[in-house]
Design a protein around this ligand. Structure first.
Ligand code: GH3
Ligand code: MG
Ligand code: MG
Length: 301
């Protein structure tokens, strides 16, 4: 690896580290330092199982004892992804999304593995990201979610990842039902307030590595990394129910809306346009089915 690549890795929000065949850490980027609290000097040349990150899975079982994704990838060369919790130097647990890939020499032999992890801790990651996006005019002025342009850019990126690495990614299109009636009955300002409330409900209940944005008008798009099939449907339904149970108060009245949702998973060869077109068709199927429901591709169910 040449120096330039390390400079790039140091500027990512994702933590990245390399291990050799013996799982000794040979590289540790700046985000890994920030997320874990461990400096490069503290971890280099130590085996990663040496009481450093000590990942535990969703059931809090210790992955170092039998379930280590690095170990498994060093053996079989497969890429792995999962959600886990790492140990911060100060003792607390941090939720992360991790991805492990093999490192090979020019002959194709496995010489180590790389783990990339992004902090799933809402506050830090989202506020950091939104500050950057504001500067780049990628934020919707009303709801402060990602705007259409940012959604398109992100979706293009996810399509490339799908083609190259087959990383799963779910797409949701969420359209507010009969929103015109809110504007007509209560005025545009109340409509705006409703849009912000729905936006916050979606944002507060997503993971930091998902992207929730306003596609336009009363339509939102969610790009859910590492998610497909049943989990995607369950997440869409969670969003739908949470919005159904949320309300704003207008002159003593609790005002609610519902969502019609289309859900699909990126397929090889998809473009942002083709994926969104499919999701849009699925969302319309939900409208035809009576609204306040989710329609998912048969292919990913
Ligand atoms: P359906 O259940 O079929 O989706 O019906 P709908 O009324 O939600 O859909 P329609 O597309 O007929 O109307 C969308 C409305 O959303 C019309 C438009 O005035 C309103 N709208 C779009 N952007 C904004 C906005 O920024 N603020 C407010 N208050 N209303 C908006
Ligand atoms: Mg609409
Ligand atoms: Mg609508």
């Amino acid at each position: 690896m040449i120096l330039d690549h390390r400079d790039i890795l140091d500027n990512l929000f994702d933590g990245v580290y390399f291990v050799d065949q013996q799982r000794r850490i040979s590289y540790w980027n700046r985000a890994a330092e920030q997320i874990s609290g461990y400096s490069r000097e503290e971890v280099l040349n130590r085996p990663c199982s040496d009481h450093i990150l000590v990942h535990v899975d969703q059931q809090c079982d210790n992955l170092c004892q039998g379930g280590c994704p690095l170990h498994a990838t060093l053996l079989d060369g497969q890429t792995r992804e999962s959600e886990a919790y790492l140990h911060h130097k100060l003792g607390h647990r941090i939720p992360i999304l991790l991805r492990v890939c093999p490192l090979r020499d020019p002959s194709g032999a496995i010489i180590g593995a790389v783990e990339m992890f992004s902090s799933n801790s809402q506050m830090v990651a989202i506020s950091q990201r939104m500050k950057e996006l504001e500067e780049l005019a990628l934020v919707d002025a009303l709801t402060h979610l990602a705007n259409r342009r940012y959604l398109e850019l992100t979706l293009d990126q996810r399509c490339q990842e799908m083609d190259r690495y087959q990383w799963p990614c779910g797409i949701l299109l969420l359209d507010i039902d009969h929103f015109k009636a809110v504007n007509d009955g209560y005025g545009h300002l109340v409509g705006d307030e409703m849009l912000c409330m729905v936006a916050q409900t979606l944002l507060a209940n997503s993971r930091s590595f998902d992207l929730i944005g306003r596609w336009g008008g009363e339509e939102f798009v969610a790009i859910m990394r590492n998610m497909g099939g049943k989990d995607l449907y369950a997440t869409a339904e969670k969003f739908r129910r949470l919005v159904e149970k949320s309300f704003i108060s207008v002159a003593g009245e609790n005002l609610k809306v519902t969502l019609s949702i289309g859900a699909t998973q990126l397929q090889p060869g998809d473009t942002a346009k083709s994926a969104l077109h499919r999701t849009d068709q699925l969302m319309y199927a939900s409208k035809r089915a009576g609204r306040n429901c989710t329609t998912i591709d048969f292919a990913v169910r």
